[in-house]
Design a protein around this ligand. Structure first.
Ligand SMILES: Nc1ncnc2c1ncn2[C@@H]1O[C@H](COP(=O)(O)OP(=O)(O)OP(=O)(O)O)[C@@H](O)[C@H]1O
Ligand SMILES: [Mg+2]
Length: 454
């Protein structure tokens, strides 16, 4: 087996030694030689060197200096050090600092060969690990989905299972939970990924325009139709059509959509013949379609057609474990995007975020973090940056000596409401101060006041 693909860099200023190593190793390795630090660094950076043989004494330069520079470039660099016999102590230091092996002069070639073969193995191992990590990171970046809670992990498993099948998918969940993101990821990792993905927000386009947007029209179909126009169904041919906010589609269009799904054909406005369509359909809504059916606003037959595979994305309140990871992800994202390095995140920042209601789910969290970083003037994020307050740990029981009656078994919302009213009154209706005493954020007290119609 030829090992010539493994590149070894030998750094020694003694030409005689370099030559004898060349002679001894040239059949086994692809060899590179350097006699000083700058040469060595250049070669190392330009070639995929597996292992390095380094003489500690390089004329008036110090091999250890080079070693430290190499470590900066690659913390996993595999280096075999050659030292003269007298410098054993420094060799021990060298091993401690991460050097793979040291050999004393005169060099025993068998020892060197043995060390080199192990060094090259070590390098391969490093590269494999690195590669796996890169893959992981790349996946995360590509998909941009943070999923640490068991609920989200289950969803990601489902996504993986269904990515290559064409059954219609209905994604439901509150606003800002990631429905649109999941839809686009299903397309991006699925079997139609080489073909187009179109996302149409059914609520954003006036219904009278939506019909021609979806199905297209023929020239002359109506005044102003000067040329044929393709609809999204035709544009997304072989790809994916994401019908977002499907609950907002009007009844007339619901009927037409049902027909397209059943027949796999569309008829553009003004056309006499229908055209075959081959699209994967994903839909999403934050509305309760069952309720819309009861109210006569959504066709039951369409609902059953769409709801073949349902992905219900839980609200952020139901998967608080994801919050710190999402926060971290958004902090990295926005410090990069806004070019504002954040070096420290105070614990109270996470506490404040975990204490928030986040009715707007991930979108709200993302916005809060973006704003906090945009307005931040230091390299640290603190609760105060998101309007949060640090709890006063010395004063755990609110206002000393003040009590309100609460019944055992009383409804918790009722109790909360009473406490908020009483505290507000005590604070002369100053919301910020009441929130501070209650250990909640301004935002939370506002939300609660709204919730209780106060
Ligand atoms: N698991 C996640 N990991 C990382 N980012 C996420 C995740 N879920 C959602 N996001 C981000 O949060 C924001 C809101 O997500 P998205 O637009 O997909 O929500 P939505 O459910 O479609 O909301 P709406 O109902 O308002 O359309 C987006 O910027 C999205 O990239
Ligand atoms: Mg959406």
């Amino acid at each position: 087996m030829s090992k010539l693909e493994d590149k070894i860099l030998i750094i020694d200023d003694d030409i005689a030694i370099a030559e004898s190593l060349r002679f001894a190793l040239r059949k086994d390795y692809d060899l590179y030689f350097a006699t000083n630090i700058s040469e060595a660094l250049k070669i190392y950076q330009e070639n995929e060197i597996s292992a390095i043989v380094l003489d500690l004494k390089l004329g008036n330069e110090n091999g250890m200096d080079l070693y430290h520079k190499l470590r900066e470039i690659n913390p996993d660099v595999v280096v075999i050090i050659i030292t003269a016999f007298g410098t054993i102590e420094s060799s021990v230091e060298a091993i401690k600092s991460g050097i793979f092996q040291y050999l004393t002069k005169p060099i025993d070639l068998d020892d060197l060969r043995f060390s080199l073969s192990r060094a090259v193995e070590m390098d391969k191992l490093h590269r494999r690990v690195k590669h796996a990590e890169d893959d992981k990171l790349r996946n995360l970046e590509n998909h941009g989905i943070i999923a640490y809670s068991s609920k989200m992990k289950t969803i990601m498993q489902t996504v993986n299972k269904i990515k290559d099948i064409d059954s219609i998918i209905l994604i439901t969940g509150e606003s800002g939970t990631g429905k649109s993101l999941i839809a686009s990821v299903i397309h991006r990792i699925g079997h139609r990924k080489e073909h187009p993905f179109y996302s149409i927000n059914c609520a954003a386009i006036p219904q009278n325009l939506l019909e021609s947007e979806l199905f297209g029209y023929k020239r002359g179909a109506f005044t102003g139709a000067n040329a044929d126009k393709k609809g999204f169904f035709q544009l997304a041919d072989k790809g994916t059509l994401f019908l977002d906010e499907i609950g907002d589609l009007d009844l007339n269009l619901q009927g037409k959509l049902l027909q397209v799904i059943q027949e796999k054909k569309v008829t553009p406005l003004g056309a006499e013949v229908s055209e075959d369509v081959d699209v994967r359909i994903i839909t999403a809504t934050n509305k309760d379609l069952k309720k819309l059916i009861e109210e006569g606003k959504f066709r039951e037959d369409l609902y059953y057609r769409l709801n073949v595979i349902n992905i219900l994305i839980p609200s952020l309140r139901e998967r608080k474990e994801d919050i710190p990871y999402l926060a971290k992800y958004f902090i990295d994202k926005y410090s990069l995007l806004l070019d504002k390095p954040i070096h420290r995140v105070n614990e109270d920042f996470f506490e404040a975020i975990l204490g928030m209601e986040l009715r707007g789910n991930i979108r709200e969290l993302e916005n809060i973090i973006e704003r906090a970083i945009a307005l931040n003037e230091s390299d640290e994020l603190r609760a105060i940056d998101i309007g949060g307050i640090t709890k006063n740990k010395d004063k755990p029981y609110g206002i000393k000596g003040e009590l309100i009656p609460v019944f055992i078994g009383e409804n918790l919302d009722e109790i909360e409401k009473k406490v908020i009213i009483a505290t507000l009154k005590k604070m002369d209706n100053n919301q910020a101060r009441a929130a501070e005493i209650l250990g909640i954020t301004d935002r939370t007290i506002r939300n609660k006041l709204k919730k209780y119609n106060l």
